[in-house]
Design a protein around this ligand. Structure first.
Ligand code: 9YT
Length: 130
């Protein structure tokens, strides 16, 4: 069994990956053998995240804050608030943003699992391990 605590075991470690637009605290990774990774991610205010996970499926559950996701394929903007989940089941190209001055906190699941320190490439994608 794996038991971890965000505050005791993740924040400030290698599993805590910070960038200009987000801070991803990676609770479970590929090495844990679960077949998915589990992240507690903060989406920083006043940022537009252009994302396109070509190599991964991702489900995202909002537990704090408010914002929106723009689906580049349909042209539809979906509001996000606490309790909203979205699933990128078609490797959907999208733009994610928190509302002005507001941070969103999201629980993210990636399949296949992220291995550790991934950050986005120019397309907003994570590469697969070689
Ligand atoms: C929701 C989303 O895709 N945010 C970007 C960071 C990513 N979820 C991660 O690595 O936690």
């Amino acid at each position: 069994m794996i038991v971890r605590n965000l505050y005791d075991d993740i924040i400030g470690t290698e599993a805590d990956v910070d960038s200009q637009q987000w801070n991803s605290r990676r609770l479970l990774l590929a090495k844990d053998g679960m077949g998915f990774s589990l992240h507690d991610t903060l989406i920083k205010p006043n940022e537009d995240l252009h994302l396109w996970y070509k190599n991964h499926l991702e489900a995202v559950y909002c537990i704090e804050g408010e914002g929106q996701i723009y689906d580049k394929t349909t042209g539809i903007t979906h509001p996000i608030k606490e309790g909203t989940v979205y699933a990128l089941n078609e490797n959907d190209q999208h733009i994610l943003s928190a509302n002005k001055g507001v941070q969103m906190r999201m629980v993210c699941v990636f399949n296949p699992p992220v291995t550790g320190r991934e950050t986005h490439d120019k397309d907003g994608s994570y590469n697969l391990p070689e």
